[in-house]
Design a protein around this ligand. Sequence first.
Ligand code: GDP
Length: 317
Amino acid sequence: MSISTYLTAALSGDHRALARVMTMLEMGGEETRDIMRAMYPRAGRAHVIGVTGAPGVGKSTLIDALAAAYRQQEKTVGIVCVDPTSPFTGGALLGDRVRLQGRATESGVFIRSMASRGQTGGVARATRRVVLVLDAAGFDVIFVETLGAGQADGDIRYIAQTVCLVTAPYAGDAVQALKAGILETAHVLVVNKADVPAAEAIVAALRGVLDLDDKKEGAWIVPVLKTSAERNEGIAALRETFMQHGDFLRNSGQWQQWCEQAARHEIITAAQALLWTQFDAKCHDLIAAHVRAVLDGQTDPDTAAERLVHELMRSGV
Ligand code: GDP
């Protein structure tokens, strides 16, 4: 099959073609540019929701329940999993995971686990591209599951319009994570496993931290929700909160601002990668000379870097 046949099939939502196109993007082959050209103009409508949190807090169970809740409203759902510990990863779906297998065969749901190998542009970039494909193929909602640490997580704000931090009783680090600045990126906080008695204390602690935050007029107020993904409790309320955040972004003009920031970030990342490739290929000898100068004690790495950049600019690289 030719690339354009794959692209047409993928854009019409064909699962096998979608998977094939995503693999091509992950491998970073020569088709990448054709794929990006075909996808980009068609994307920009999906609500992308980042679901982040420590392993075991119940992210996958929660996403599974949310997918069902969105399906009840006839919304199509894409799920991208960047968490290497997630049960979405790999072919082995065990025990209570069997229902996910059922979900994956539904035509309105597409699940993709990110491969950790074979990516040329880093996890975050590959994730953005997989999300782009789902967006272009017309999926209404796309969940991106991440661990809350690592490269894709730092960049989750450029991938998702709504970022949801999930914690659970005994997860311990929840309040610390907030203090450490996750507040700047999280729009919705969830205490999952609310069926466990200690959940209420975590909710109170999180609300306490949020109350310390200065609230600007007209700003989004970060809600703290309780869910029991396993018992399917609090899921509809969480779906409504996500939809409200989407509406808030659209009505306040922040959706458009987000699109601009995400596009800017994408361009800068691509330009950096391009520059680095050219730089690396052309400047091997030049860098070696600076390394020698540093090791010989003639200069320090910062000064060497400054000189190197000057030399490169002068030579037009
Ligand atoms: P993830 O690593 O964050 O994706 O967490 P999982 O979704 O794999 O869930 C980890 C464990 O917590 C599994 O054994 C789930 O069955 C369990 N779990 C998930 N949600 C709940 C919940 O609401 N209540 C309780 N008691 N257990 C849950």
